[in-house]
Design a protein around this ligand. Structure first.
Ligand code: DGL
Length: 270
């Protein structure tokens, strides 16, 4: 399969979480063309078994690979922590694979903290991958992980802040006296402001999307796959596995404007 700097980047998540990573990609790498996949039919992944996550994420990765992408971005912590090894095994010699955990866990920002909190989906917390990886680089750190299962579904369903704030408060009341917090689910990146407000600026929010996209840009550039010139007439495509949910469309329009395409793709498992 012939790929070039002009080939698109495939990016996927269970739903809207990865849109924040896609937006950051547009900011840091404005010439890149991308195809997004949100598995809205099977969201939330955070409550699914490892087997389920592996099976479905592999389908999506293969779908994007078939679209002749030059790189795949797994913009989901639940998929990364449960299926990265399998996706890498199948595609690593064929295209570049990026994820939202590896660039973060080795970031030197951790040198400035003593104790951090991690909030994530049950599937991510259960894998224990964050703690294992961070401890490998920063053994001095005290890490408290907390599973926050209600958050991703209510974000995906577009609940307003008046309803979300009490839920955040309930969770984060158990996560005080920390220096920094890691939002280890891409959906939670939509709640940055609310979480910052809860801590009154006293707890640092680690800037995941910036760190992740800086790494993607660096690697694409090293591999001479970064698109340096503006391309025209190519609008990002957003696939969902149900007909496009209203809130998904709304978020896409807010983040990317009107010049986008929506498509539905339903996987056939038989
Ligand atoms: N956005 C996903 C993550 O980063 C998962 C949300 C979900 O489907 O549970 O973990």
């Amino acid at each position: 399969m012939k790929i070039s700097t002009l080939s698109p980047i495939g990016i996927f998540d269970s739903g809207i979480g990865g849109l924040i990573i896609a937006k950051e990609m547009k900011i840091q790498m404005p010439n890149e063309d991308f195809i997004y996949f949100g598995d809205t039919k099977n969201m939330p992944y955070g409550e699914k078994s490892k087997e389920f996550i592996r099976k479905y994420s592999m389908k999506i990765a293969s779908f994007l690979y078939e679209k002749k992408c030059k790189a795949l971005v797994i913009a989901c912590n639940s998929i990364t922590s449960n299926a990265l090894d399998q996706i890498q095994k199948k595609f690593h010699k064929k295209i570049l694979i990026f994820n939202v955990i590896d660039p973060v866990v080795k970031n030197t920002i951790f040198l400035s903290y003593k104790k951090i909190g991690i909030i994530a989906t049950p599937a991510t917390v259960h894998s224990n991958l964050y703690t294992k990886k961070i401890k490998k680089y920063y053994s001095h750190l005290d890490i408290v992980q907390m599973s926050t299962p209600l958050l991703a579904p209510i974000i995906e369903n577009g609940w307003g802040t008046n309803k979300i704030n009490p839920i955040i408060k309930n969770y984060l009341n158990h996560l005080k006296s920390i220096d920094a917090i890691l939002l280890a689910c891409t959906h939670y990146l939509f709640l940055k402001q609310e979480i910052e407000n809860f801590y009154h600026g006293k707890v640092h929010l680690i800037d995941i999307q910036k760190i992740v996209v800086q790494e993607i840009k660096k690697k694409l550039s090293e591999q001479k796959l970064l698109c340096l010139h503006p391309t025209w007439n190519r609008f990002p495509i957003f696939y969902t596995s149900t007909s496009i949910p209203i809130f998904f469309e709304k978020k896409v329009r807010i983040l990317f404007g009107k010049k986008v395409f929506f498509k539905t793709h339903i996987f056939n498992f038989f």
